[in-house]
Write a protein that binds this ligand. Structure first.
Ligand code: HEM
Length: 230
C-alpha cells in the first residue's frame, strides 16, 4: 500500500478529503447555475468562514470559563488568546465585504429572504457566553481576595490574573471593533439611512457598537487615572 492510498473510512478520494470532509464543505455554497450574481460566492464565503471562526472562538471561551472556575488561570489565558485571534480573522473577513459594489449587492440581497446577521449562531453565542466569562473572572478575583484596582496597581505581583484580565479586555475590544467594521461596511454598501432585511434601521447598529461586556475592566482605567492625578 502506498502512502498516497487512503486508510480512513468515509467518502472522498484521499485521507485529506475524508478527514476534512471537503466534498461536503465545498458543496455548501450555491453553484454558478443558481447565482443571481457571481458575488454570492464571496458573500457566502465571508459568512460561512466567519461562522466557523466564531464557533471555534466560542468553544474556547466556553472552556476558558470552566478553566477560570477551576483556578487554571494560565490554561484559560491561552484559550482566550486563541479566541481573540479568531475574532481578528472574522474582522478581516468582514473587510472583504467592501469588494462587493453597492449596486451588485442588491442582486445578492434579493437571494437572502429575511436572512439577517441578527440570527448569526456565532454572534448569538458570543452574547450568551461573554457574561458568563465575566462572572467567572469576578468570582476568581473574589477567591484571590483582590480588587480590580489592586490588581491593576500591582500587575507584576498578580501577573497571571492581570494577563487574564487583559485578554478579557481584548475580547471585548475585538467585538466592539467588529461592530464598527460591520457598520462601516453596511454604510458603504447599502447606506446609513436605510432599513435592513429584518426591518432594523442601520442607525440602530450605530447605537449598539459600544456594547461592553466587561465595563469594570474599562472603568478601572478611569479610576487609576483619577488616583494618579489625585
Ligand atoms: C453586505 C453585507 C452586510 C450588510 C448589508 C449587513 C446589514 C445588516 C443590517 C442592516 C443589520 C441590522 C439588522 C437587519 O435588519 O438585518 C445587520 C445586523 C447584523 N449583521 Fe450584518 N450585514 C452584512 C454582513 C454581515 C456579516 C458578514 C456578518 C457576520 C458574519 C454580519 C453579522 C451581523 C450581526 C451579528 C448583526 C446584528 C448586530 C447587532 O446585534 O448589533 N453582517 N446587518
Amino acid at each position: 500500500m502506498s502512502l498516497n492510498d487512503p486508510i480512513l473510512p468515509g467518502p472522498g478520494a484521499t485521507d485529506y478529503e475524508r478527514y476534512l470532509r471537503t466534498d461536503e464543505l465545498l458543496a455548501l455554497q450555491k453553484t454558478a447555475a443558481n447565482w443571481r450574481h457571481r458575488d454570492e460566492l464571496l458573500f457566502q464565503t465571508i459568512h460561512q468562514a466567519s461562522e466557523l471562526w466564531l464557533k471555534l472562538a466560542c468553544e474556547e471561551i466556553d472552556t476558558a470559563t470552566s478553566r477560570i472556575g477551576a483556578d487554571d488561570v494560565a490554561g484559560a489565558t491561552r484559550l482566550l488568546r486563541r479566541a481573540v485571534d479568531a475574532i481578528e480573522i472574522v474582522n478581516l473577513n468582514t473587510r472583504q465585504l467592501t469588494h462587493i459594489a453597492p449596486w451588485d449587492y442588491h442582486a445578492v440581497r434579493a437571494s437572502l429572504g429575511h436572512g439577517s446577521g441578527f440570527d448569526s449562531p456565532g454572534f448569538r453565542k458570543t452574547h450568551d457566553l461573554s457574561p458568563k466569562l465575566g462572572a467567572a473572572f469576578t468570582a476568581l478575583l473574589a477567591r484571590r481576595g483582590v480588587t480590580l484596582v489592586t490588581l491593576y496597581r500591582n500587575s507584576a505581583e498578580h501577573d497571571d490574573v492581570f494577563q487574564l484580565a487583559e485578554r478579557l479586555l481584548d475580547w471585548d475590544e475585538r467585538l466592539i471593533l467588529w461592530r464598527g467594521l460591520h457598520l462601516k461596511a453596511v454604510e458603504r454598501i447599502i447606506g446609513g439611512h436605510v432599513i435592513g432585511t429584518q426591518g432594523t434601521p442601520v442607525e440602530v447598529l450605530g447605537k449598539r457598537i459600544d456594547v461592553r461586556y466587561f465595563p469594570e475592566l474599562w472603568d478601572v482605567r478611569n479610576t487609576l487615572t483619577g488616583m494618579a492625578n489625585g
